[in-house]
Design a protein around this ligand. Structure first.
Ligand SMILES: CC(C)(COP(=O)(O)OP(=O)(O)OC[C@H]1O[C@@H](n2cnc3c(N)ncnc32)[C@H](O)[C@@H]1OP(=O)(O)O)[C@@H](O)C(=O)NCCC(=O)NCCS
Length: 331
């Protein structure tokens, strides 16, 4: 067995890396959320703004048996590193995963990182190879997220009643929506809300510090989204004085237009209790339907301990499909 770094700019190796990851993921994920080749190809070649990425391959002769990825945040969280490992289903349980993980951990240590974080997915009430593998390697669960899916064709007819219900409670607030590019006049507030997200969202035991956002980070991310075919639909809540007090974002991909990812939703604590969480999501779901009618389903993940967000998602018809365990290990 030979474990070595892979050059993501090598088109043939990048394709093999993507294909192996896909075969591994499709074998155990309840829901296919694997990234499209057109996006992976650019991302593996160019990396991600604000992140240092290393790709590794475990080879048996010429045959690629497993792949690993180390990602290091460069703009915040200097103690943290992220691990991802996939082994070809036909080659599992032969030590390839362990060899990849230990090399990824070694690279992270060399770069001065102290905590390695990693996600493992499993059906509700079940364990998977990935979870057992990480537990066997000294990782502990810091947070459990419920992964949920909503079918938009089936649930849209119920939105009007929900909108009528929240309207009297959200009087005094306005909603602004946009796609892909954050309007310049909202940029400063948008950055503050992104930072607040990590202070306010339940993180369980995970040793993650708040992110640091500025205009450069936002614009570089938008440019990399454009290059990789990623798209976004966002809605912000503005208070009477014009300040942003809530935000929700859906991420889409033009190369997999049937699905979207409902990512962060936040309402600042002083403005909670006015049904703004449900209202802002309803507004964004409407915007999504008009801009991206091909999108049929949304996937989301939220912490089991986040009662407010779970209640909102239940009302929108999201149903549990699997769990995402966020694990970490002190290096
Ligand atoms: C997790 C994964 C990478 C492990 O790869 P692998 O090459 O099979 O792992 P190893 O052979 O090095 O296994 C090392 C140890 O992990 C544990 N383990 C791995 N697979 C397991 C399974 N299916 N059931 C129970 N324990 C398991 C065992 O303790 C194993 O040691 P043992 O074989 O001596 O009992 C592989 O199953 C995979 O690709 N899964 C899908 C992707 C994923 O979940 N990745 C992890 C999060 S990034």
């Amino acid at each position: 067995m030979d474990v070595r770094e892979i050059d993501g700019a090598d088109p043939e190796l990048a394709r093999r890396y993507w294909e192996l990851g896909r075969a591994s993921e499709l074998a155990y994920r309840v829901f296919d959320s694997y990234w499209p080749w057109q996006t992976a190809e650019v991302s593996l070649r160019e990396g991600r703004a604000g992140w240092e990425t290393h790709l590794l391959g475990a080879f048996d002769g010429d045959r690629l048996a497993g792949v690993g990825m180390l990602t290091l945040p460069l703009l915040d969280n200097p103690h943290l590193a992220y691990l991802n490992v996939n082994v070809d289903p036909a080659w599992q349980r032969q030590g390839y995963g362990s060899a990849l993980a230990s090399q990824v951990e070694e690279l992270a240590r060399e770069r001065g990182r102290r905590v390695m974080a990693c996600d493992a997915y499993a059906p509700p009430g079940e364990e998977t190879a990935g979870l057992r593998f990480l537990l066997a390697h000294g990782y502990t669960v810091g947070l459990e997220d419920a992964m949920k899916v909503v079918e938009l064709d089936a649930t849209e007819p119920g939105w009007a009643a929900l909108e009528a219900e929240v309207a009297p409670r959200t009087a005094g607030y306005t909603f602004v929506t946009w796609a892909d590019v954050v309007p310049q006049e909202l940029l400063e507030d948008y950055c503050r809300l992104q930072e607040a997200f990590f202070e306010l969202a339940p993180l369980g035991e995970m040793e993650i510090e708040p992110e640091v956002w500025d205009e450069r980070r936002v614009r570089e991310r938008e440019e990399s989204n454009r290059n990789q075919g990623r798209q976004e639909v966002c809605t912000a809540v503005l208070a009477a004085d014009g300040s942003m007090v809530g935000l929700t974002e859906v991420a889409l991909n033009r190369h997999a237009p049937h699905r979207g990812f409902q990512s962060g939703t936040l309402v600042l604590p002083e403005h909670r209790g006015h049904a703004l969480g449900l209202a802002v999501k309803l507004r964004n779901h409407r915007e999504l339907r008009s801009r991206f009618p091909q999108c049929r389903i949304l996937v989301t993940g939220n912490a089991g301990i986040n009662l407010a967000m779970n209640a909102v998602n239940d009302r929108l018809g999201y149903r549990l499909v699997e769990r995402c365990l966020e694990l970490q290990k002190d290096l």
